[in-house]
Design a protein around this ligand. Structure first.
Ligand code: PMP
Length: 397
């Protein structure tokens, strides 16, 4: 029998919970998923790349051959064969990564939360790029750090600017490959300098790398992890090379840290689903990604070119943009007086969407910036959408 509530509960949220905010991107996605809108707003991979049949066959195989294990609870650190596969794929001739250094997570987004949990106290200094991945700012914010922005230029993060803000910092969070949101990549020299600078300062360096495999030229940059496995924490994901719906990522860290992360994960969710880890292992173990990833690169490279051609044709003088060599995004800088947030309202009225740049800044947002994703929109629609945006921008020049 249902009882009455003579004392209706007045919810008293923790201070932490009172600070939680929905990501701006998730909010605008609700609007932009309407079919009549040409949306450059999503950070979603193209569903055309999802290997549905392969996944289906792998689910079938795992369930019929090993169903009792796949459907049971599993170890917190993850499915051993998949961890070993990841460790091998990240090892080089001079840098061996051990399976014990790999912790499987529920998307690499969970790794950000776990890293925040074990490395950040209230007020801890955390260094981020200008701009940085919004989801990381959101994940770390829960632990109430003091964010300090590290300067970037057209080549990405500027290593020589770290020392000025590094005093007492707990970590530096970096996105070296086809950065979300700018699409920029760090040169090999900058990577080296960044790793050396952090090593000299005794500063843990997080290398978040969901897009590294999506280099259009097919030649991924060397990983900072391999330059200093004792000082770099590497985050990887199956979201952009397989499918995001399986929520499978991983973090690779020096052993003392990875054991802490494992304890934090145990408390959070015991472990990531065995079934999906076993299925992904089944899909990747014989080299499927070696054939699959080039098809994603080719699709994205084509659509990226369509967008670069369209912005060159339709955006007025005074507007600049990045020219990514991989990944999913380009970053546009408008003249200073144009507020991208206001432009978005006009764009949505004209049935085009993008993400304004301001939410990607931890401090001092540049309101004249915006992010365009080209991966889920076919080339002719890209041209149509960019033409509309170009007109709206030109009207404000
Ligand atoms: N890091 C970056 C830079 C991302 O862009 C994303 C997803 N958009 C993530 C981490 C999280 O990805 P996932 O949880 O799907 O692995």
């Amino acid at each position: 029998m249902k009882i009455e509530n003579p004392n209706p509960i007045e919810w008293r949220f923790s201070e932490r919970a009172s600070q939680l905010q929905s990501s701006f991107i998730r909010e605008i996605l609700k609007i932009t998923q309407r079919p009549e809108i040409i949306s450059f707003a999503g950070g979603l991979p193209s569903p055309a790349t999802f290997p549905v049949e392969h996944m289906k066959a792998a689910f079938d195989k795992v369930l019929s051959e090993n169903g009792k294990v796949a459907l049971q609870y599993g170890p917190t650190d993850g499915y051993p064969l998949l961890r070993e596969w990841i460790a091998n794929s990240l090892s080089t001739a001079t840098c061996k990564i051990l399976p014990e250094q790999v912790l499987m997570t529920s998307g690499s987004q969970q790794a950000l939360d776990l890293l925040g949990k074990v490395l950040i106290d209230e007020g801890s200094r955390v260094l981020v790029e200008t701009p940085s991945y919004l989801g990381a700012l959101q994940a770390f914010s829960v632990y109430r750090p003091e964010f300090k922005s590290v300067a970037t230029d057209e080549h990405g993060l500027v290593p020589s600017s770290i020392a000025a803000v590094a005093e007492g910092a707990r970590l530096l969070y970096a996105l070296p490959n086809f950065q979300n949101p700018t699409g920029r990549s760090l040169s090999i020299e900058r990577r080296q300098e960044l790793v050396e600078t952090c090593a000299r300062l005794g500063l843990p360096l997080i290398e978040d790398d969901p897009y590294g495999a999506l280099s259009y030229k097919g030649e991924p940059f060397p990983k900072m992890l391999n330059m200093n496995p004792d000082g770099v924490i590497y985050m990887g994901s199956f979201s952009k090379v397989l499918t995001p719906g399986i929520r499978l990522g991983y973090v690779v860290a020096p052993l003392p840290l990875v054991r802490r992360l494992e304890l934090a994960k145990q408390a959070a969710d015991l472990h990531t689903a065995q079934l999906t880890q076993m299925v992904v292992y089944e899909v990747v173990k014989d080299g499927f990604l070696d054939q699959h990833i080039p098809t994603i690169r080719a699709l994205y490279a084509n659509q990226c070119q369509a967008m670069l051609d369209a912005v060159a044709e339709f955006f007025p003088e005074g507007v600049t943009w990045t020219k990514p060599e991989g990944g999913m995004f380009i970053w546009v800088t408008l003249p200073k007086h144009i507020d991208a947030m206001k432009l978005l309202d006009q764009a949505i009225a004209a049935k085009v969407a993008f993400v304004p740049g301001a939410p990607f800044y931890a401090n001092e947002p540049e309101t004249n910036t915006l992010r365009l994703s080209f991966v889920t929109v076919p080339p002719e629609r890209i041209r149509e959408g960019v033409a509309i945006l170009g007109k709206l921008i030109a009207a404000q020049m």
